[in-house]
Design a protein around this ligand. Structure first.
Ligand SMILES: Nc1ncnc2c1ncn2[C@@H]1O[C@H](COP(=O)(O)OP(=O)(O)OP(=O)(O)O)[C@@H](O)[C@H]1O
Length: 259
């Protein structure tokens, strides 16, 4: 029974306010409660402006929460800095330019990611010894990234760059992976390919993941649990068999034309 286990991540009554203490103050997350368990691969749907990115910003610490608590494996991380949370929480954004250092090569970026949280990482020691592992990771993305290991990241295609961002975010097996529409900027074929590699890696590494998407098909096909966020609250939460039985039609009926 999942209810008896300690959640990997728990949000307790989380309220997040933007422009706090100004006349433009607005609550975006509204007393949100959620328990996420190790191994959950959760797809997150919701209309534009529902608060999905704010939800991720609150978990990652890029936006302070106004009230409530965030617990990671029972530890209160509500006031932990973004940098400290980055040791446990990885994130991939929609924009291919965001996850990588543009002037550094693919191999250097990957190596940097293996040393996340260590100061000496910046010196990139040990590149040679790590190369076989980095090569096989790049090859696993099946998109030519492995042939461009010595290429500066800024010269990659958007799909290769997102695949690299994804690898960098998962190379150290984060306790929690946040995918913020990470395939949305890619063409349909590239997006589908990255989605498939994403799924394989998450299952293989048994990662715990929250993935925001506007694609109902992806939200239904991937993961063991599906959430719908609307107006700063979780309004729908299904898992396992209930999720498998969900159809696109039922989802559309539930919250209108989200796509
Ligand atoms: N820093 C901010 N300042 C002011 N308003 C903000 C800020 N961040 C978010 N908002 C507002 O909060 C609401 C929720 O935004 P958020 O980006 O979390 O929604 P979303 O569900 O991710 O939307 P989308 O699907 O369009 O990406 C929106 O109305 C947005 O304009």
């Amino acid at each position: 029974m999942t209810s008896a286990k300690q959640p990997l991540l728990e949000l307790k009554n989380v309220t997040t306010v933007v422009n706090d203490h100004t006349p433009a103050a607005k609550a975006i997350l509204k007393q949100l409660n959620l328990k996420i368990y190790a191994g959950d691969f959760i797809t997150v749907l919701g209309p534009n402006g529902a608060g999905k990115s704010t939800f991720f910003n609150s978990i990652a610490g890029t936006l302070p929460i106004k009230s409530g608590q965030i617990l990671l494996q029972g530890k209160n991380i509500t006031h932990l800095s973004v940098e400290k949370r980055a040791k446990f929480i990885s994130r991939v954004f929609q924009d291919p330019k965001m996850g990588t250092a543009p002037r550094m090569t693919v191999a250097e970026n990957l190596l940097l990611a293996t040393k996340r949280g260590q100061i000496r990482g910046l010196k990139l020691r040990g590149l040679k010894a790590q190369l076989p592992r980095l090569h096989s990771l790049a090859a696993s993305m099946n998109n030519g990234l492995v042939d461009r290991m010595q290429t500066a990241t800024e010269n990659l295609s958007g799909g290769q760059r997102q695949a690299l961002s994804f690898l960098m975010a998962t190379i150290q097996q984060p306790e929690l992976l946040l995918l913020d529409e990470h395939t949305a900027a890619l063409d349909p074929k590239t997006s589908a390919q990255l989605m498939q590699q994403t799924n394989e890696r998450i299952l293989q590494e048994k990662l715990t993941c929250l993935m925001i998407t506007h694609h109902l098909d992806d939200a239904l096909r991937y993961g063991n649990r599906l959430l719908v966020l609307d107006d700063g609250k979780i309004v729908f939460d299904v898992r396992d068999q209930q999720k498998q039985q969900l159809t696109k039609q039922k989802l559309l009926e539930f919250f209108g034309d989200i796509e």
